[in-house]
Design a protein around this ligand. Structure first.
Ligand SMILES: NC(=O)c1ccc[n+]([C@@H]2O[C@H](COP(=O)([O-])OP(=O)(O)OC[C@H]3O[C@@H](n4cnc5c(N)ncnc54)[C@H](OP(=O)(O)O)[C@@H]3O)[C@@H](O)[C@H]2O)c1
Length: 239
């Protein structure tokens, strides 16, 4: 059997209220998928959903994915409101940067809690459902920072290095169940990430839509094909 069209699939995009997550939710919706977006701010979710008009249904769930029960609630709400779950895009993430001695316990816990534990909770809730449905696709939005640590990135780089390892282990755990697992590792993307931007002057950076395009392209692969890691860089960064 070939790849099921996106118009027949249901996707969760975590952190779908802005930035890369919103661009990905919009691209999936545009291609016909039913989409659940989640994030902590209800206002941001409502505004994001108001831009996803027409076509397949869109649902929102307010959730802090650092909490296991909230991650499980998002998955349950997707089944209840959209009737299934075929695609999980683990995109929600935070960036707290600074020398380790200046990182607070809260910086550390928010970063690991969202970028790593949050993904674990979502995957743990989604995998049994995908297995029962005969397959699915989990795409984790990681970062090049996970393989190229830098000064000031102790928490963030560690969270993404952990996420890269989680992704590869999970990929091997579930590939024979028809569940494909991939990591997308972008370089700099022009969003509000880390409390800055978007910066109109930083047109050398990737746009959120560039990452969304990679994700949608991945999902078109035939079931026999599993691109398990994609690195995506700005083509012409400043020297
Ligand atoms: N921008 C870059 O340069 C870049 C580069 C490589 C990788 N990435 C990765 O790409 C992903 C998206 O980043 P972005 O640039 O689009 O950032 P962004 O604009 O700050 O968006 C982050 C999204 O995640 C949500 N979120 C944050 N913490 C959450 C939590 N605990 N529970 C639920 N939702 C949460 C946010 O909504 P709320 O705040 O309302 O919760 C928002 O929707 C992140 O994983 C980031 O590490 C970004």
């Amino acid at each position: 059997m070939g790849q099921m069209p996106l118009s027949e699939r249901v996707a969760i995009v975590t952190g779908g209220s802005r930035g890369i997550g919103l661009a990905t939710a919009a691209a999936l919706h545009e291609a016909g998928a039913a989409v659940m977006i989640c994030g902590r701010s209800v206002e941001a979710l409502t505004e994001a959903a108001s831009g996803l008009v027409g076509g397949a249904p869109v649902a929102t769930a307010q959730a802090d994915l650092q909490q296991q029960d909230e991650a499980e609630r998002v998955v349950r709400a997707t089944l209840d409101e959209l009737g299934g779950l075929d695609i999980l895009i683990n995109n929600a993430g935070v960036g707290r940067f600074g020398p380790l001695s200046q990182l607070s316990l809260d910086d550390w816990q928010q970063t690991i809690g969202t970028n790593l534990s949050g993904v674990f909770y979502c995957c743990r809730a989604a995998v049994p459902i995908m297995r029962e449905r005969g397959g699915g696709w989990i795409i984790n939005v990681s970062s090049l920072a996970g393989k190229h640590p830098f000064a000031g990135g102790a928490a963030y780089c560690a969270s993404k290095a952990g996420l890269n390892a989680l992704t590869e282990s999970l990929m091997q755990d579930v590939r024979r169940d028809g569940i494909r697992v991939s990591a997308v590792l972008p370089g700099s993307v022009n969003t509000r990430f880390g409390g800055h931007g978007p910066d109109p002057a930083a047109d050398w950076k990737l746009a959120p839509e560039d990452v969304a395009q990679v994700i949608v392209d991945l999902l078109a692969h035939e079931p026999r094909s599993l691109p398990s890691r994609v690195e995506l860089r700005p083509s012409s960064p400043p020297r």
